[in-house]
Design a protein around this ligand. Structure first.
Ligand code: SF4
Length: 440
């Protein structure tokens, strides 16, 4: 499928209408996908094509979205379509109207269209075609650099895809493996972002380092290139626990690394094995300790609940979070203690569940599921509600520093989980009095 051949092509990020209850679900649209439209536009410009980027992700008015897109009089429309639960149909209805009111051909790309291609084409016949996988192919991270929105922090890709094969993820499948990028190109882009006024960079690739010992070699090379140019800029990255070592982290810390999102996933070895994470609890703990020791800001990807989680694993997770100092601020604790993995088409976990429930041929893109154990269901339901309250109260407040009441709330959430699991009454009820609702 040729991508972007027309002289009047528009690459579109449609309105983001994610329902409120799913705002915290990260696995649906890995961050790495956010730069695909920007790369596409830069590539068009380089080819001298009269093409544009219409970022409507902040738009809520679908009529306004349709009118603005039609005013551009495109010949080809390329939509980076995200799954947005029950609101996905609203976007597709808008696209149908646009297609009916213009002569533009309509193409979809991204994770959702890739892994739900046949169903989407069958249900929405006005879609001309779907571009599967990485629409830009090889070398797209090498420049021209993607168009991005102005702001404090510039998103960047240091690599594409992943060399892991976790059962709940499709990053490697979408990008057909892992593709690194050379240090000079990365630092060129960082320099450009500094010149444009950005104050920091965040690498949105899900697996920043190459595998094994190459991680340290890559980090040393990148750090050397940054230091050679003499223009350090704070940056963050996302990686696996088995990539974290002094060789990989220390040179980058010297070159400006200030935050790491670590894909820990679980504190129970049986769950890590079930997820095919190919890491150990010990590796997770060592990675956390090293990052904390270097005073680098740490966030963790953590799957507390999955379709096969056991009570014993929940207990191990709870102890793991405590032991490793991860019960810090309220929003962070709420996320860790309530996160449930959802099943998306394209992941092995989804496939397994579809077979288990005999859903073949009529399975939706996204499957929610009840837990096999009533007690686990009760714990999840309670923690989900409590977490939502915390997000409502502390949203955007306590991520970057201490906020009054945040640590105490994190402790309460942990204690509540412990009490539900071990059938005890929570001590904080006594502290707040008989009428007190500790969750508010
Ligand atoms: S390490 Fe696993 S979860 Fe992370 S990007 Fe790779 S496959 Fe996905």
């Amino acid at each position: 499928m040729p991508f972007l051949k027309s002289t009047r092509a528009v690459v579109v990020d449609p309105p983001a209408l994610r329902p409120q209850r799913y705002f915290n679900v990260v696995s649906n649209a890995p961050l790495a996908s956010c730069l695909l439209p920007g790369y596409a536009c830069s590539r068009l410009k380089k080819q001298g094509l009269d093409a544009g980027y219409f970022d409507a992700s902040g738009e809520r008015d679908l009529d306004a979205f349709e009118n603005r897109l039609l005013e551009m009089k495109p010949e080809e429309i390329y939509v980076n379509l995200l799954f947005q639960w029950e609101n996905t149909g609203k976007i597709l209805e808008s696209l149908r109207k646009i297609r009916a009111s213009s002569r533009a051909r309509l193409f979809l790309f991204g994770y959702y269209p890739t892994f739900f291609k046949d169903e989407l084409l069958r249900e929405f016949p006005f879609v001309d075609s779907i571009i599967e996988g990485d629409p830009l192919g090889e070398g797209s991270t090498a420049g021209p650099f993607p168009r991005i929105k102005k702001g404090e922090c510039a998103p960047m890709l240091g690599s594409k895809g992943c060399w892991g094969n976790c059962t709940f993820c499709y990053a490697g499948r979408f990008f057909d493996g892992y593709k690194g990028r050379d240090a000079r190109g990365i630092v060129d882009e960082m320099e450009q972002r500094v010149a444009e006024g950005f104050k920091k960079v965040y690498f949105v690739d899900p697996c920043f380092f190459p595998p094994g010992k190459q991680a340290g070699i890559y980090a040393a090379g990148l750090a050397k290139e940054i230091m050679k140019r003499g223009r350090r800029i704070p940056f963050g990255l996302e990686c696996r626990a088995d990539s974290v070592s002094p060789d990989a982290i220390d040179p980058l810390a010297e070159a400006g690394l200030t935050e790491v999102f670590l894909g820990v996933e679980s504190g129970a070895q049986s769950a890590l094995d079930r997820f095919h994470k190919r890491t150990t609890v010990d590796q997770n703990e060592r990675a956390i300790a090293l990052i904390q020791d270097r005073r680098i800001k740490l966030s963790t990807g953590f799957i507390m609940f999955d379709p096969e989680v056991t009570l014993a694993e929940l207990g191990e997770n709870l102890k793991f979070l405590r032991r490793n100092g991860l019960v810090r601020c309220a929003t962070n604790a709420a996320q860790l203690l309530s996160h449930k993995v959802f099943l998306y088409a394209g992941t092995p976990m989804y496939k397994r569940y579809v077979q288990k429930l005999n859903l073949n041929g009529r399975s939706p893109y996204f499957i929610d599921y009840p837990f096999h154990d009533k007690k686990i269901q009760r714990i999840y339901s309670t923690m989900e509600v409590e977490a939502q309250r915390v997000f409502d109260k502390f949203r955007g407040m306590d991520i970057d520093g201490p906020v009054e009441g945040s640590h105490e709330k994190a402790e309460e959430l942990h204690e509540l989980f412990d009490c539900l699991l071990n059938e005890k009454s929570p001590g904080f009820e006594k502290r707040t009095g008989p009428q007190g609702n500790p969750a508010h």
